[in-house]
Design a protein around this ligand. Structure first.
Ligand code: CDP
Ligand code: CDP
Length: 228
């Protein structure tokens, strides 16, 4: 029985990373780790503690007092900050609009990357984020970079919001996504970037199943290679 592979899935907001990563993980009985949820949890806790989000030392202190854990769940896995479940709170608009500030802090990235590498050590993992293929798991067996047009991604967010009763306009969502894309790709420390050896998949016109099938093919190819 060969050891499970490391699968890295990166890309901009609403490209479909967490949706497909979760399904792929289930298919191969791998563990799914949502690194965005880790940055979101630190952001939530820092906001609740009323610390200045640009003050690296203070945000780091918040992080050091927060144990972030995941438990399986459907359709989303449960996220805990110490004993408290934060699964829903970390998806709020407030957290969403502040997370890029926190994720730009070098000390926060260093600390979370270390926790992520720890989680991936044993393999059998699907991890999604912005810098998994470039920084967290540079030796991952499978690296995928998911993209989709800003318009398509705003429409996806719009549909998700509708289900939650949130009425932010499409235009605002497009602006928010474009702004987060910009911040995530222009920060100094591990910006959002496709690893040279990652396979790019444009999901704009693809269904979730089609994206999952392509990634599953990439994993099977690697499994065949490592078994030979
Ligand atoms: O789901 P969505 O694409 O909106 O975002 P997410 O994956 O939950 O990540 C939220 C934010 O965390 C991103 O906009 C990035 O600023 C940050 N992030 C990061 O910097 N590095 C990662 N590996 C994952 C997320
Ligand atoms: O994790 P990330 O922010 O990249 O995206 P997500 O939270 O998985 O959200 C993607 C949204 O687009 C979900 O509502 C999916 O149902 C939808 N979608 C997708 O993920 N993939 C497609 N090929 C088409 C739609």
């Amino acid at each position: 029985q060969p050891q499970g592979l490391q699968v890295a899935i990166d890309g901009p907001a609403s490209a479909g990373k967490s949706t497909v990563a979760k399904i792929v993980a289930r298919k191969f009985a791998y563990v799914y780790v949502d690194t965005g949820a880790m940055y979101r949890t630190v952001t939530l806790r820092a906001l609740q503690a009323h610390v200045d989000l640009t003050n690296e030392t203070e945000v780091l202190a918040v992080l050091q007092h927060t144990k972030i854990t995941f438990t399986p769940g459907n359709p989303v896995q449960h996220v805990f900050a110490n004993q408290d479940e934060v699964t829903e709170e970390i998806r709020s608009e407030t957290v969403t609009n502040h997370v890029s500030t926190v994720s730009a802090l070098p000390a926060i990235r260093a600390a979370l990357v270390k926790r992520q590498q720890e989680l991936a050590k044993a393999g059998g993992i699907v991890m999604d984020g912005r810098d998994i293929g470039t920084t967290v798991l540079p030796h991952a067996a499978v690296k995928v970079f998911l993209v989709a047009s800003v318009k398509e991604r705003a429409e996806r967010r719009y549909l998700e919001n509708q289900a939650k009763g949130i009425t932010t306009s499409l235009k605002t969502l497009q602006q928010e996504i474009a702004e987060r894309d910009y911040k995530d790709s222009h920060r100094t420390v591990s910006p959002l970037r496709k690893a040279p050896d990652a396979t790019e998949i444009d999901t704009t016109a693809l269904s979730i199943d089609e994206v999952v099938d392509r990634i599953a093919d990439l994993i099977r190819q690697k499994q065949d290679l490592t078994q030979k």
